[in-house]
Write a protein that binds this ligand. Structure first.
Ligand code: MG
Length: 388
C-alpha cells in the first residue's frame, strides 16, 4: 500500500498538465501519477507514460490508439482510447484526485463523471464552471467533493480565504495582466497578427488561454468561475488590470481589510497548492523578490475596446444557456483567429452576435448545455471553415 496521493491528470500534454508533472516529480514522496490523458499529442503522452509509469493512459483521439499501445507494449501501463474511455477512467478506484487540465468545453463531461465518483477535483478547466457552474457546484456539494482551484487568480482568493470561513466577502478583486495589447487603441488592434496576440508579457500558457488573455475573455471567464467557486453575486466580483502579475487576486472583507496573495507568475505554485492542500510544501522553484518589483500598479480595464469582459458579465447576469453560447462562440472564434480566418476584433463581434441570435433557455438542463454547445459550435465552425 502507498500513502502517496494518486493523481489523474486529464490533459497531461498541455501547459498545465506538463507543469503538474513537474510538481509531482518534485514531490514524488507525497504524490504519484495514476492516470495520464491526452487529446492528440500521442508522442508526448508516450514519453510521459514511460517516465512516470501511470496505471493507465487515455488517448482521446482514437486514431493514435495503436501507436500508443505499441509504444507501451513492454510496460504494464493500461492503454485506452476515445471520449468514452476518458469519462470512465476518471472513476477508477485507485485515483485520489483528478486534475482537469484540458482546455474548453471538453472538460465538462469528465469533470461530471469524476465528481459523481466522489473524486476531489483540482480544477484548471474554467470553462466547466462557466458553462455549468450551478450544476457542477451542486453536484459537488451533493457528493461531498471538494473543488480546489488551480487558476492562479482563484487559487489566490482561496488562499486569502483560509481561516475566514465565517467572514462574509465584501468584494473579490480579480487581477488581470491586461495581455499584450493593454493600452492599445481600436485602430491599432485592427491589424494585429496571431504572433503578436500569442506574445503574452508575463505568463507562458497554451494558445487558447493566451488569446483569451489578449481579448480579456480570460478574465470574463474567470469572473464567472469565481462566482460559482465562491458562491458570490456577480456585482461582488471586480476585475482590475495589474500589469506586473505579482498580486494574483485580492479579497476585501466587510471591515474594509483587503488580503492579497503574491508570487511570481509561475503556475506550478497554484497547481501544487491544489494538489497538496492544505499543506504548503517546500520547493526550489524561483521565488518572488519583492524588491525587484518596487512599483505595483493598477488600472481599470478598457471594456469599450476589450468587449469580451463586458460580454462575460452580461452572460453571467442572464444565466441559463447564455454562458454556454458565449463560450462555444469564443472557442470557435479563437480557433478561427489562430487559423487566420478572422481578424482579432471580430472575436467579440462573433460572440456578441451568437449571444443575441441563439435561443435563450432560462433553466437549462445538462442536455441543454450539450445541445446548445454543439449547435453553436457546429454552425460557427462551418461558417468559418474550422475543424472542431
Ligand atoms: Mg487565470
Amino acid at each position: 500500500m502507498t500513502n502517496k496521493k494518486r493523481i489523474a491528470i486529464i490533459g497531461s500534454t498541455g501547459s498545465i498538465g506538463t507543469q503538474a508533472l513537474e510538481v509531482i516529480e518534485h514531490h514524488s514522496d507525497k504524490l504519484s501519477v495514476e492516470v495520464l490523458t491526452a487529446n492528440t499529442q500521442a508522442d508526448l503522452l508516450i514519453e510521459q507514460a514511460l517516465k512516470y509509469d501511470p496505471n493507465a493512459v487515455v488517448i482521446a483521439d482514437e486514431r493514435y490508439y495503436s501507436k500508443v499501445k505499441e509504444a507501451l507494449s513492454s510496460t504494464d501501463v493500461k492503454v485506452f482510447a476515445g471520449q468514452q474511455a476518458l469519462e470512465e477512467v476518471v472513476q477508477m478506484e485507485t485515483i485520489d484526485m483528478v486534475l482537469t487540465a484540458l482546455v474548453g468545453f471538453a472538460g465538462l463531461r469528465p469533470t461530471i463523471k469524476a465528481i459523481e465518483a466522489g473524486k476531489p477535483i483540482a480544477l484548471a478547466n474554467k470553462e466547466t464552471l462557466v458553462v455549468a457552474g450551478e450544476l457542477i457546484t451542486s453536484l459537488a456539494a451533493k457528493n461531498n467533493v471538494p473543488i480546489l482551484p488551480v487558476d492562479s487568480e482563484h487559487s489566490a482568493i482561496f488562499q486569502c480565504l483560509a481561516g475566514e470561513f465565517y467572514n462574509p466577502i465584501e468584494k473579490i478583486i480579480l487581477t488581470a495582466s491586461g495581455g499584450p495589447f493593454r493600452g492599445w487603441l481600436r485602430e491599432e488592434l485592427e491589424k494585429v497578427t496571431v504572433k503578436q496576440a500569442l506574445n503574452h508579457p508575463n505568463w507562458s500558457m497554451g494558445k487558447k488561454v493566451t488569446i483569451d488573455s489578449a481579448t480579456l475573455m480570460n478574465k470574463g471567464l474567470e469572473v464567472i468561475e469565481a462566482k460559482w467557486l465562491f458562491g458570490l453575486k456577480g456585482e461582488k466580483i471586480k476585475a482590475v488590470v495589474h500589469p506586473q502579475s505579482i498580486i494574483h487576486s485580492m479579497v476585501e472583507f466587510e471591515d474594509g481589510s483587503i488580503k492579497a496573495q503574491l508570487g511570481l507568475a509561475d503556475m506550478r505554485l497554484p497547481i501544487q497548492y491544489a494538489l497538496t492542500y492544505p499543506e504548503r510544501l517546500k520547493t526550489n522553484f524561483p521565488k518572488l523578490d519583492i524588491l525587484a518589483y518596487p512599483n505595483l500598479s493598477f488600472e481599470s480595464p478598457n471594456t469599450d475596446i476589450f468587449r469580451c469582459l463586458s460580454l462575460a458579465y452580461m452572460a453571467m447576469e442572464k444565466g441559463g444557456n447564455i454562458p454556454t453560447i458565449m463560450n462555444a462562440a469564443n472557442e470557435i472564434a479563437v480557433e478561427a483567429f489562430l487559423n487566420e480566418k478572422i481578424r482579432f476584433l471580430e472575436i467579440p463581434e462573433i460572440i456578441e452576435k451568437a449571444m443575441s441570435e441563439y435561443n435563450f433557455i432560462a433553466s437549462a438542463s445538462v442536455n441543454d448545455f450539450f445541445e446548445t454547445d454543439l449547435l453553436v459550435r457546429e454552425e460557427l465552425a462551418s461558417k468559418y471553415n474550422i475543424k472542431h
